[in-house]
Design a protein around this ligand. Structure first.
Ligand code: GLN
Length: 198
C-alpha cells in the first residue's frame, strides 16, 4: 500500500464517526506519521493503516452503516491494512459481542468474543500500567470490555486483573483500554513500525 501524501510520508486514518479522535491523531503525529480523519469510504483510499477509536460501539456500528463504511472498512482490514483498535474499536472488530445494544452488529474480523462494560460498577473506570507484549502501557479503562474467548490464530498481548484486554491477529492489534487518553504512544509506535514494513 502506498500513501497518497508526499513521497515517503505514511498516512494512518483515524475512524472519525464518534469517540476519541483528536487524541489518536496527536499520538500518530508524535510517532512521525500523518493522521487523517476517516468518515467516508473514499477516505480509506491510499491509507497505510487505520485506528479505530473508543467511544460507544453501538453508536459507531450505527454510523458505520449510515455512512456506508461497514463493508469497505471490513474489506480493507481483511486485506491486511495495519490496524490499532481501542476499547469500542475492539468491540467493533469482534466476531461475537456479549451484552450488545439492541440490534448492534460488529465487523467479525477478529475471532474473539468480547463482553461489553465487563469490569462492573466498582471498576467502571481506572488508570493502570498494563504489561503488553510490546512493553508496558499506561492505560485508561473506561467502561472497558474484556475478551472472554480467543480463537485460534489470535494472540493475547495484554491481561489486566486476570482478564484478557489485548489481542493481536496478523496486522490487527486491539486493546480494551485507552492509551491515547494517557498520552502513551507505545502501541501507536508499533502501528507506525508495522506500516513501515508493509
Ligand atoms: N462501553 C463502551 C461500548 O460498549 C466502550 C467504552 C469505551 O470505548 N471507552 O462501546
Amino acid at each position: 500500500m502506498t500513501g497518497a501524501g508526499t513521497a515517503g510520508e505514511r498516512r494512518i486514518g483515524v475512524l472519525a464517526l464518534q469517540g476519541g479522535v483528536r487524541e489518536h491523531l496527536d499520538l500518530l503525529e508524535s510517532v512521525g506519521v500523518h493522521g487523517v480523519r476517516v468518515r467516508t469510504p473514499q477516505d480509506l483510499a491510499g491509507l497505510d493503516g487505520i485506528v479505530l477509536p473508543g467511544g460507544e460501539s453501538s453508536t459507531i456500528d450505527r454510523l458505520l452503516r449510515i455512512f456506508d463504511l461497514t463493508d469497505p472498512l471490513r474489506e480493507a482490514i481483511r486485506a491486511g491494512l495495519p490496524t490499532l483498535a481501542t476499547c469500542a474499536g475492539l468491540i467493533t472488530l469482534a466476531e461475537q459481542i456479549i451484552d450488545p445494544a439492541p440490534g448492534q452488529q460488529s465487523l467479525g474480523i477478529l475471532d474473539i468474543t468480547v463482553q461489553r462494560n465487563a469490569f462492573g460498577a466498582q471498576v467502571k473506570s481506572e488508570e493502570a500500567t498494563v504489561d503488553t507484549t510490546d512493553g508496558p502501557v499506561r492505560a485508561a479503562f473506561i467502561r472497558a470490555p474484556i475478551v472472554t474467548r480467543v480463537g485460534s490464530g489470535v494472540e493475547v498481548i495484554a491481561e489486566h486483573r486476570g482478564r484478557v484486554v489485548g489481542v493481536r491477529a496478523g496486522a490487527v492489534t486491539a486493546v480494551a483500554f485507552h492509551p491515547e487518553l494517557t498520552g502513551d504512544a507505545l502501541l501507536h509506535a508499533s502501528l507506525a513500525r508495522s506500516v513501515e514494513r508493509a
